[in-house]
Design a protein around this ligand. Structure first.
Ligand SMILES: Cc1ncc(COP(=O)(O)O)c(C=O)c1O
Length: 463
């Protein structure tokens, strides 16, 4: 479909209700309309080309032009464009995909996979499974869920309730109910106290978690939800030793661990899963995004044999497991996801991430030289820098400062798409990125920071 930029803007402003967008401003600025993809690059409706350094929403792992995924979709469309999984029915791609997913996660303790369409839904159904499980095994008092500050688990009513970001709660009347308990984010950078070592920080926040569990009563707590590396909350790489101590604590108190691998799954951290990188043995896992390189929507909630056995007991009692969405295991989405996993294997994408990640992390650390950058952090092919007004003290810009938005808009000018999260600038490029492209990414990031710095100086905000 060939449309003009002017027509796109006119119709967008009239009719397209944009998610996660300032609704008033977008009507003045108009949308940024992408029309084409080519490897790690995208092109807009005015012919401008951008290096997509966040893979869309941390998700297009194989870039924007993988022919094999398009072919896999077409072939499945021709053969069987839809069939459902309710009532024991199935379609071949979803069977093959669940098998492949369990093969990949068996060492993490996963045994069965239920599909959905988005990360939010996968987490939502994980919550329902956790409650159903404890009811089925005769522990109906275990209801509360622990989630962390800065967590991002999605936007459905329950996933947004687990999310630990104020912006996702304000005016949505969330969190819902009183079943979500909040605990600390493992960010030593943000929350370490003066003079406190990283190890002391971990002991303190794990101690606070234990105190919370004891105060509430372990027999009332069902599960702990967590991303191995927090993404939308600011790319929080957990403090060293955190996961080991948290898991020991949860095990002691019979609290299930739900690992939200929606961003970290499938190579992002340099291992197949964030759980591999941090030695996490979860009871449930949620995956989405890179599962299909996001060419089509599909997600899954994976459960251990122990949890599945409990759910089966409940199903026996109730006549069935009365949960599932129309598009769960959609054959075309599943066929594309299956082909994605085949490509990861055949091209050794995880090995590629391990090979290029040191260069990526080196260039990321190099950004700390810039007058507006106070710190950097990352793992594998995910990273972030902290933008500050005063480099010496680490003082940040005022909330909503135009300089923060300027860093992103300057990126557009130089052909780079990054993601701003409060004072954090995040990057998470397609996993197929090469070393020269990593250089291009960080060269462009430097140019956009320079443009923003010039504006900050012109406004008298920085020396
Ligand atoms: C860790 C994590 N969980 C869940 C979600 C929600 O996924 P979706 O937007 O597909 O509902 C996201 C989205 O960014 C995420 O980063």
């Amino acid at each position: 479909m060939q449309r003009t930029h002017a027509l796109n803007v006119a119709q967008d402003v009239e009719s397209l209700f944009h998610p996660y967008t300032p609704l008033d401003k977008v009507r003045e600025t108009g949308p940024l309309v992408m029309t084409r993809g080519d490897g790690i690059y995208v092109e807009d409706d005015q012919g401008r080309r951008y290096l997509e350094a966040v893979s869309g929403l941390w998700c297009t792992s194989l870039g924007f032009s993988e022919q094999r995924l398009m072919d896999a979709a077409q072939q499945q469309f021709r053969q069987l464009p839809y069939y459902q999984l309710f009532g024991g029915r199935a379609n071949e791609p979803s069977i093959a995909l669940s098998h492949a997913l369990i093969e990949k996660t068996r060492h993490l303790g996963m045994a069965m996979a239920m599909f959905a369409n988005s990360g939010s839904e996968a987490n939502d159904q994980a919550v329902k499974m956790v409650w159903y499980y404890f009811n089925a095994i005769g522990k109906p008092h275990k209801k509360k869920l622990i989630a962390r500050e800065r967590a991002y688990h999605g936007v459905t009513v329950m996933a947004a309730s687990l999310t630990g970001l104020a912006g996702n709660h304000a005016d949505f009347d969330l969190p819902i109910g009183d079943r979500v308990l909040r605990t600390a984010s493992p960010s030593y950078y943000h929350y370490g106290r003066p003079g406190e070592t990283e190890a002391q920080f971990v002991d303190r926040i794990v101690g606070e978690l234990e105190a919370l569990i004891l105060r509430e009563g372990a027999d009332t707590i069902a599960a702990f939800f967590a991303e191995p590396v927090q993404g939308a909350g600011g790319v929080i790489v957990p403090a060293a030793g955190y996961w080991e101590k948290v898991q020991a604590l949860l095990r002691r108190h019979d609290i299930l661990l739900v690992a939200d691998e929606v961003i970290t799954g499938f190579g992002r951290t340099g291992e197949w899963f964030g759980c591999d990188t941090y030695g996490i043995q979860p009871d449930l896992m949620t995956v989405a995004k890179a599962l299909s390189s996001s060419y089509l929507p599909i997600s899954a909630t994976l459960v251990s044999a122990r949890v599945y056995e409990g759910l089966t007991q409940g199903s026996r009692r109730n006549g069935q497991f009365a949960h599932g969405v129309t598009y769960a295991g959609h054959p075309v989405c599943a066929a594309v996801a299956l082909e994605t996993l085949r490509i990861y294997e055949e091209r050794d994408i995880v090995g590629h991430v391990r090979r290029v990640a040191p260069h990526f992390q080196r260039r990321l650390r190099g950004m700390e030289q810039h007058p507006m950058v106070h710190a950097s952090r990352g793992v594998g092919l995910i990273g972030a820098i902290e933008l500050v007004q005063d480099k010496a003290t680490g003082r940040t810009f005022e909330a909503g400062s135009p300089i923060l938005a300027r860093v992103v808009s300057a990126g557009f000018e130089v052909g780079l798409i990054c993601r701003a999260l409060r004072d954090t600038l995040a990057v998470s490029p397609p996993l197929i990125i090469t070393e020269p492209q990593i250089d291009e990414l960080f060269d462009k990031m430097g140019q956009s920071l320079d443009l923003a710095l010039a504006d900050a100086r012109a406004a008298g905000l920085m020396p």
